[in-house]
Design a protein around this ligand. Structure first.
Ligand code: HEC
Ligand code: HEC
Ligand code: HEC
Length: 435
């Protein structure tokens, strides 16, 4: 099996130029409520149908935000990663989205030859005409016309309101400059400042891919909130220092929850889905052990597929995501995570698992390690230069073009761990012995 072509993996960890700072976190419950309730204990699960599950809400469309006096003014972004957010009013949010953001181009993507081939292979007709594609690429297409203002078009792709929530009820009031973010959320705007809400929003389209889509050639989906937030051209200003790794944890827990939910609903699953699920579950079990302070995956009969396990994993993952989004995150926590993930070297070296299973574990471990490391590296690139090289080597050991080799991966993990000693004294290098 091929490793998912995660763009983050292809780019290596160092590609994003912007600092990896995510928004401050407020506690708060997710506002969304699933239209597709799950059998079992988790009350409100967010799924691909959730973000538009707003039975009564109405959409205004991106044009409602596009005036130069609103979000369509301000400086145009210089490049993808040097986005200028124009003061408190974020007057160029629309400009950035329209000019730079893949989400504004997702409708056009459905008109490409590649999409046509995919849709044809699935016997779907035109990609732009089927909800099998538009549910993620053009969500406005599947909203009942009565709930859409006259200006809303499927052509908007993934539009402002698909992330920020349908705005008919709050669009006029939210322009008041004296309102705080919390007050705007009170009006009905979705609170994306909260990492749990943000992860729920993104994961709805970025993790679970139906096997027939994957078979028809759709790029595999691997959700990782931190790197994917960095990769999205920013039309906002993030705050905080070590929130990258925090976003990573919230995102991984959310991804596992989504996968468990989707697998539990279906009678059948594909090999890659089972490997993805097991690989992420394994990694999350290790992470919870390393950090020692989040809910544990207890009472699993085994890591096998069973409805009981899916529901259990879904529930625990949701709790981890919520707790991780609430707690403060600092350098100590990040260092603990980094050291703990490095110490998994021995687990790879001596493992009797199949190559596809180990590949999935390696991918998730590498993503976690890279987000923890990036949080340090972004603050002082010279100091961490040796480790940056080692991190790129680790990414290469995941490369889908070469066959995955567990010994090679374990070697690169050890090399990365040893490179940390070069970063110097005030963050004392801890030489964790291989287990
Ligand atoms: C309604 C579904 C949907 C939601 C919600 C969504 N995305 Fe996307 N996203 C997509 C689709 C579809 C594409 C592919 C667009 C294309 O190239 O046609 C995409 C592309 C991207 C890309 C560019 C491809 C890449 O991996 O580099 C990034 C980055 C991204 N999304 C991040 C996010 C983040 C962060 C969030 C949450 C804040 C989010 N997305 C929410 C559907 C969604
Ligand atoms: C579950 C949500 C979802 C569904 C359903 C979906 N896509 Fe996607 N699609 C995405 C996301 C997310 C991306 C971006 C992946 C990335 O690069 O990280 C994407 C990327 C793509 C790309 C690659 C774009 C690029 O620039 O590399 C194509 C082409 C595409 N989708 C076509 C389709 C077609 C055609 C369908 C229907 C047959 C479809 N998609 C259904 C979520 C979805
Ligand atoms: C793919 C998801 C996505 C899309 C599409 C999107 N945004 Fe955002 N937006 C975010 C995220 C995530 C944040 C950061 C959350 C925060 O700080 O509240 C944000 C922040 C903002 C902010 C700053 C809020 C604040 O309080 O600082 C504004 C303004 C904004 N977006 C406007 C828009 C407009 C206008 C559009 C459409 C042209 C748009 N967004 C499209 C995800 C999205």
């Amino acid at each position: 099996m091929r490793l998912p072509q995660l763009r983050t993996v292809r780019r290596g960890f160092a590609a994003p130029v912007v600092a990896l700072l995510l928004g401050a976190v407020q506690s708060g419950e997710v506002a969304a409520q699933s239209s597709d309730p799950l059998p079992g204990p988790t009350p409100a699960i967010v799924t691909a149908t959730t973000y538009r599950d707003v039975a009564r809400a109405e959409f205004v469309g991106a044009l409602g935000c596009a005036s130069t006096l609103c979000h369509g003014g301000g400086p145009a972004p210089v490049s993808n990663q040097t986005v200028v957010v124009d003061g408190d009013q974020k007057r160029n949010a629309y400009t950035i989205w329209k000019g730079r953001d893949a989400h504004a181009k997702s409708w056009a993507t459905l008109a490409t030859e590649r999409s046509a081939r995919m849709a044809q292979a699935m016997g779907l007709g035109k990609a732009q005409d089927t909800t099998r594609c538009t549910e993620c690429h053009a969500p406005m297409a599947s909203i009942a016309p009565v709930r859409l203002s006259a200006n809303v078009r499927a052509e908007e792709g993934i539009s402002c309101e698909n992330c920020h929530g349908p705005s008919k009820s709050w669009i006029s009031a939210h322009t008041r400059l004296d309102l705080s973010h919390a007050q705007r959320v009170g009006l009905g705007m979705r609170d994306l400042d909260n990492l749990y809400n943000r992860a729920n929003n993104c994961v709805a389209c970025h993790q679970v891919l139906a096997p027939d889509l994957q078979k028809a050639g759709h790029p595999p989906l691997v959700f990782e909130l931190d790197a994917q937030s960095v990769a999205q051209p920013k039309h906002w200003i993030d705050k905080g220092d070590f929130q990258g790794p925090q976003a990573w944890l919230v995102g991984q827990a959310t991804a596992l929850r989504e996968m468990s939910w989707a697998l539990n609903k279906r009678a059948e699953s594909a090999d890659y889905e089972r490997e993805q699920w097991r690989g992420l579950l394994w990694t999350m079990q290790k992470v919870v052990g390393i950090l020692g302070e989040f809910p544990k995956y207890e009472n699993l009969t085994d890591v096998e597929f069973s409805p009981g396990n899916f529901i259990r994993v879904q529930e625990v993952s949701d709790n981890i995501a919520k707790e991780a989004s609430r707690r403060a995150w600092d350098s100590g926590m990040t260092r603990k995570l980094m050291d703990g993930l490095c110490a998994l070297e021995g687990d790879f070296r001596s493992s009797g698992e199949s190559t596809p299973a180990l590949q999935q574990r390696a991918l998730r471990v590498t993503l976690g390690l890279s987000r923890a490391f990036t949080a340090f590296w972004a603050k002082d690139k010279e100091r961490w230069a040796k480790s940056a090289e080692a991190m790129n080597q680790l990414f290469m050991a995941n490369d889908a073009r070469s066959d995955f080799n567990k010994t090679n991966f374990a070697d690169k993990l050890a090399a990365f761990r040893n490179s940390l000693a070069y970063a110097g004294a005030d963050e004392p290098p801890r030489k964790t012995a291989a287990r």
